[in-house]
Design a protein around this ligand. Structure first.
Ligand SMILES: Cc1cc2nc3c(=O)[nH]c(=O)nc-3n(C[C@H](O)[C@H](O)[C@H](O)COP(=O)(O)O)c2cc1C
Length: 171
């Protein structure tokens, strides 16, 4: 069946996950920055997005392209420092139009923060943020970085896509 993965990321981990899901399922993978990629050409969509500053980076594009995404979007995978949690669900809910939220299954994946890839300015922003972060572990990770990228964590997404494809094949 005719589906595709559209992702939004900045530092490579969301792209890595999108490519792994693409390799495992055969679905084509598009960066949302690629203006020639048209979600309305596909019957179902997998959306992937990093979280920066408590919001999905795909949010603006999703609102702009709502007409093309509505009715087709099946899975959203988020990529963040925070793991699956109520606060992550709140960030996701605050980032997407309600129409999309009610049609997607959300899978939370964890990303990577490599300070050597950040500007001096961003490192200061994260350092100041860490001073106000009430979670000691998250605060340490903001200051020192982390790497939770894990190929095995895409398994639930692969299973959902396969189930979805099997259902479509019988209808
Ligand atoms: C400037 C900045 C802000 C971030 N804000 C958050 C955040 O609010 N919550 C969170 O869980 N992770 C946050 N992160 C961690 C990113 O979600 C994580 O690095 C992710 O892997 C980035 O995805 P990418 O590699 O595809 O760009 C932030 C990272 C940066 C660099």
């Amino acid at each position: 069946m005719n589906g595709a993965i559209f992702y939004s990321g900045t530092y490579g981990s969301t792209e890595q996950y999108a490519n792994w899901v693409g390799e495992a399922t055969g679905l084509p993978v598009f960066d949302i920055k690629d203006a020639s990629a048209n979600p309305s050409k596909y019957e179902f969509l997998i959306l992937g997005s990093s979280i920066l500053y408590f919001r999905l980076t795909i949010g603006k594009w999703a609102r702009t392209n709502l007409g093309k995404l509505n009715g087709r979007s099946k899975i959203l995978f988020s990529v963040s420092g925070a793991g699956a949690s109520a606060k992550l669900n709140r960030w996701v809910a605050a980032s997407l139009p309600i129409e999309l939220l009610t049609q997607i299954e959300h899978v939370a994946l964890r990303g990577r923060l490599d300070h050597s890839k950040l500007s001096w300015w961003l490192r200061q922003v994260l350092w100041v943020g860490s001073l106000f972060n009430p979670d000691p572990q998250a605060s340490k990770e903001e200051r020192e970085g982390f790497d939770y990228v894990d190929k095995a964590s895409i398994e639930p997404i692969i299973k959902m896509i396969q189930q979805y494809q099997a259902t479509l094949a019988t209808t």
